[in-house]
Design a protein around this ligand. Structure first.
Ligand code: 2BA
Length: 107
């Protein structure tokens, strides 16, 4: 069994979750915040059998879109640098981690 942790753009998350649920994946959705842009994103946790992982990743891929986002000049504390001009970053798709699960119990 694997645990998939996927960080999604908040705009894509409803469609990704809907399509995963439609294909009978169990999904836990967390409201998260990216450390760099400090804007909201969505992290999903999905436990699934090994053979279902390619299907799971395909659903995330098909329903996640990369987009360009501008960062305005700011003195926002916490950013590791202070841009003096607006800069453009390309934000995901989705960032996906696949972890081995040692044990899975529902008690
Ligand atoms: P953020 O940390 O807010 O990053 C948003 C986007 O900003 C990133 O998109 C990337 O294009 C850019 N970016 C991040 N750090 C940068 C830096 N030091 N210099 C220049 N540009 C930078 P994605 O790579 O698609 O990441 C989207 C979100 O996924 C991230 O939001 C973060 O919440 C998560 N993420 C990405 N890689 C991760 C990792 N290795 N571990 C944990 N979370 C990760």
């Amino acid at each position: 069994m694997k645990m998939v942790i996927a960080i999604l753009n908040a705009d894509d998350a409803p469609t990704v979750v809907h399509n995963l649920m439609k294909d009978h994946f169990s999904v836990t959705k967390l409201a998260t915040t990216g450390g760099f842009l400090r804007t909201g994103n969505v992290t999903i946790l999905v436990g699934a059998d090994d053979e279902k992982i390619p299907e799971l990743i395909e659903i995330i891929k098909v329903n996640s879109h990369s987009r360009k986002q501008m960062i305005a000049p700011t003195a926002e504390p916490g950013l590791s640098f202070y841009p003096t001009m607006p800069i453009e970053v390309v934000v995901g798709g989705a960032t996906i981690f696949v972890l081995n699960v040692e044990q899975f119990e529902k008690v």
